[in-house]
Write a protein that binds this ligand. Sequence first.
Ligand code: MN3
Length: 213
Amino acid sequence: MAFQLPDLPYAYDALEPYIDARTMEIHYTKHHAGYTNKLNAAIANTDSTELEGMKIEDILKNVSKFPKAVRNNGGGYYNHSLFWSIMGPDGEGAPSKQMNISKAIKRDFGSFENFKDEFSKAAATVFGSGWAWLCVDKNDKLFICQTPNQDNPLMDINGFEGQPILGLDVWEHAYYLKYQNRRPEYIENFFNVINWHEVTKRYNDANEGASNF
Ligand code: MN3
């Protein structure tokens, strides 16, 4: 069963003015679709049948065993699926206080503002193309990290392990049409479109499954 490009959960212009419709359309229909097709091709091209029928999370957790094309395109496939889901048109900037993620951020970063500063710094300082992440570790603690290219915190190649629950794409293709070289402005505006309901859901799921990774 080949991997399918997931539906975008909103219209291309739903995140305007923070993320413009043209960027969203190209990002989804060209970049994400491209990673999906190339992942399927990379799996079809491997000699072993081990990858067939594996869940994407399991492929990524064992990615050091597989060809580089699986790492790059499997990461691209997973990362963008996560990215679309944790954004939405009804962003409120910060999670509401009764959400579990809000309590966990306060516990592990001191305050939402501290978290936002640290996350923004991580996103701003990715050198070249990559991602900034908020993750849950084995002990249910939150941490922030960066990965290059289409790597992500699930992969067994980082020297750390985490379940990503929020991610920000800082490849130039994610923001250049609207922001050109102004990555910090893109990062600041990203906070206007975070779907904290989805982030807190992913946090709760990671909590329950924390012993599984
Ligand atoms: Mn991208």
